[in-house]
Design a protein around this ligand. Structure first.
Ligand SMILES: [Zn+2]
Length: 322
């Protein structure tokens, strides 16, 4: 798709498809960003959203769900996960400039440097800095590390293996592998509470994203409950009143986790299942989102918005009890 959209034919096709795209109100596509990437790329994406879509806020979505307003056609909501520092440096200035509302999901154990870097950043850093070029033995076989391509592939294999393990076991494995690759550790690249308070005062909606970012399906239920409830308590203590909205770390949830959120009073929760949310038929604790990679081009952003129309939701059914 990306190669197609960069061609002249692709651009024409994309434009034609956009013109016949669903114009009905009360449907919202929610974009997920992690890092903003380069200011130029992010600015271009936000300009496109401001000129060609109707960006809406979390409050507008809640109001629409509760029947107090309609969402306009081509409604898009921008969200950021993990509260990386480049949100304040790159994303927020551009979002403000274009008047685009945004929600930032914060893993509340990280601000203030209480925890080391996220485990996937630790692995990525170790792979980027390792001088080892011979294969590394792992429980899933030898991991080739000779070329940049192999080290990129190693990152993907390691992260998917970590996600398959119980959380504590996964974190011990990260320590072991990262330690075998490289001595240093990356700094924790998450905004502090003062910066988060400032952003909230300027209009950024803050939402909960657990405390320590475990996959909630890979920890015991009492731990999942503490992570979920604790992150909302942390936000309320540090920020004041916040909306009870949540993003599942790495999109991982099951029926028990959803029940914990419901009991804790969360109003909306966001998965990583791709698609459009149709207000007439959505489950507010299993909302769909569309991931946008760092430094995406406007063409890729347009293609992703178009690919995940409500019409195509059936291709990616929402697991109810995964
Ligand atoms: Zn996250």
């Amino acid at each position: 798709m990306s190669r197609l959209v960069s061609s002249g034919v692709g651009q024409g096709l994309l434009g034609a498809l956009e013109r016949v795209d669903d114009r009905r109100p009360n449907r919202v596509r929610v974009l997920t960003y992690h890092r903003a990437g380069s200011p130029e790329s992010f600015e271009a994406q936000m300009r496109y959203l401001a000129e060609h879509t109707c960006p809406v806020s979390m409050q507008e979505l809640v109001d629409a769900l509760e029947g107090r307003r309609e969402l306009p056609p081509r409604a898009v909501m921008v969200t950021f996960d993990d509260a990386y520092t480049d949100f304040a440096q790159v994303a927020w200035p551009a979002l403000k400039r274009y008047g685009i509302p945004v929600t930032l999901f914060v893993p509340t154990g990280y601000p203030g440097g209480a925890l080391p870097a996220f485990w996937w950043d630790r692995l990525s850093y170790a792979l980027a800095h390792t001088t080892r070029r011979t294969p590394l033995d792992t429980p899933f076989g030898p991991l080739p590390l000779a070329t940049p391509g192999e080290r990129g592939q190693a990152f993907k294999r390691l992260t998917s293996y970590v996600k398959s393990l119980p959380h504590d076991e996964g974190m011990a494995f990260v320590e072991q592998i990262a330690g075998a690759l490289h001595d240093g550790t990356p700094p924790c690249d998450v905004l502090g509470w003062d910066e988060l308070r400032q952003l909230a005062a300027e209009g950024v909606t803050l939402g909960a994203h657990t405390r320590t970012h475990p996959l909630l399906t890979r920890v015991p239920l009492d731990v999942a409950r503490r992570e979920v409830v604790g992150s909302l308590e942390d936000l309320r203590r540090e920020i004041g009143e916040v909306m009870p909205v949540f993003a599942y770390p790495a999109g991982a949830y099951n029926a028990e986790v959803v029940a914990i959120l419901k009991e804790a009073g969360f109003r909306l929760a966001f998965t990583t299942i791709k698609g459009t949310n149709d207000l007439a038929r959505l489950d507010p604790l299993r909302l769909r989102r569309i991931n946008v990679k760092e430094d995406a081009t406007v063409g890729t952003l347009r293609a992703r918005l178009l690919l995940y129309t409500a019409r195509l939701n059936g291709l990616r059914a929402l697991p109810q009890a995964a």
